[in-house]
Ligand binder design. Sequence first.
Ligand code: ADP
Ligand code: MG
Length: 698
Amino acid sequence: MIDLSTRDIKYLSGVGPQRAEILNKELNIFSVQDLISYYPYKYVDRSKIYQVSELSDTMPYIQLKGVIKAFREVGEGRKKRLVANFTDGTGFIELVWFGGVKYVASSLKLNKEYLVFGKPTLFNGQMNIAHTDLDDASDAILSSLGLKPYYNTTEKMKKRSLTSQGIEKLMKAAVELLTDPIPETLPTYLINRYRLMPLQEALINIHFPSDPQTLRDAQYRLKFEELFYIQLNILSLSSERKHKYRGIPFPKIDTYFHQFFYNNLPFELTNAQKRVLKEIRKDVGSGIQMNRLLQGDVGSGKTLVALMGMLMAVDNQYQACMMAPTEILATQHYATVVDFLKGIDVRVELLTGSTRKRERERILSGLLSGEVNIIIGTHALIEDTVVFKSLGLAIIDEQHRFGVEQRGRMWAKSLNPPHILVMTATPIPRTLAMTLYGDLDVSVIDELPPGRKPIRTIHQFDSKKKELYQKVRSEIAIGRQIYFVFPLIEESEKIDLKNLEEGYEQISAEFPDCNIVKVHGKMKPADKDMQMSIFAEGKAQIMVATTVIEVGVNVPNASVMVIENAERFGLSQLHQLRGRVGRGADQSYCILVTGYKLSEITRKRIQIMVDSNDGFEIAEADLKLRGPGDLDGTQQSGVAFDLKIANLAKDGQLLQYVRGIAEDILEKDPKQNLSENMVLWKNLDKINKRGENWRVIS
Ligand code: ADP
Ligand code: MG
């Protein structure tokens, strides 16, 4: 048996220190095993060799075998290209390179037998293939037998000739090591029962499959394993947790809750709110520790549910806290809660980064003595100086802004961990939620309070600014407020900020009578909060901003959200932004402004926004169109969510299937000591030691 995880990639034939460093940095590849688990993103059939005489420009990628008779550089400067005359005896075609001319020219050999691979095109009546890969015909044995693998690479890698072809070469060297047996990572009984390809065979065939069916079998085995271990890990963690910790029981619903419910609650709860409250009630009453994710679209009334949950804690002589990602949000929550609790004898406090020292000391001592029943705040709440007398429930609003680590730190605030309720308005599709939050129970508020007018979403090209401003003007005339949102991402920060500035200038010129505030993420938090408050208090009619306004700000009088360069936003993000309007009873609008030239997929994405107001539907569609790596909520949580081979958009069924299998195993082997499963627990340990990213999620 050989252990490829201990073989430094540096010593693999064809690598060496310089390339090793690039592989380390660019792809996180350190061992031969890491390299072998870097799977191709596509395959092309190279089993057939065509003849030059039969080529036509309607053919897809094809393969030729022949020699180069002559080559020359053509053109000057940036137009310089390299042209080679290639023949296989049945005719001539031109091979053309537009970049790296010097490098290619120095590596070409006349009359040497090459395999040429590419897509034939007709240019000026002459058939050519551009930017072809040239393989030495004599060492292209493996790939020419079957499907050729293609690997993603980066610019830096290409500079060290770690092109897809280059990686393929290394992969061949790595796969050759697999002639010695390697340890299997799944127990034999699973392999037999689910007819899986053994690991060794799967690893060879995922890179160099002999035919499409073998490839499918190899893919299935590796996807199965990847998803299975994720689920086994999450489920075993949560069952361990259930054994280790008892939950704090809240046996009664009492005066505070009832006072609020019968005297203060200004409206009827929606059915969805009632259902979720029952679910929470059941958890906290049962003696288990609640770990619940509450999903609900913007405006669905999560805050109210949170408040009523906190009152359950207070009724049982426990304290509750609610943590929000920004100061302005925490302040708004505080104001809402204080307002809701008018006349009820519950002490509520607000703690943020800008709470003054004296005030802070007063609050901290109130928490310690138990006189403060409910505390609302920002990250300031998880600092070590914040000590509770008896924390019974911790609520985290807008989860994706917090790291998981912070969720963990909330746990440590009490001897028995408090009940945890995580609230998010980013709808997470089921399959993704299962992977990301597999250890959390999920509640969903899938209904908006009655009387809301759905937001009207309009797509407008940026050539029609006049109409846009007209609309804005008429809304301002009836006393409404307007948001203009510009994209800002790190990679293009300077240009984006300039765009925002220009936009601000233009809007200022267009609306000279209006007060306009400007808010972006690069401002000092205090300045930002100040500008936001001006707008929230109605002292400005227009806010020009980047996505900093995305989370939670509540300005019911704002009725129009204009989103510039809408094509640059993720769908879930657009939906979040849109949720900033439509909070009052009036008709509100979301105007998505884009350029005229849009790709097919972008048009579809924008159309989904125009057609649907349902966050879940949008998130599902987004997942299908983009893949999960780009989904908001995964990126924003800072989790580099990257599966090696499975695809959550496509493999949802397999995910559920393996989750069932993992559940069965844990049920039969709760102590994790059956000999038939040894290999599972050993591997789980190994995976956790490697610190693979999904572990930290739970
Ligand atoms: P979320 O946090 O889910 O985005 P909020 O809790 O801020 O939503 O609620 C949005 C608005 O709807 C608030 O003004 C809230 O008072 C109101 N609201 C909540 N529940 C109801 C209800 N059942 N009926 C009417 N209005 C409600
Ligand atoms: Mg909210």
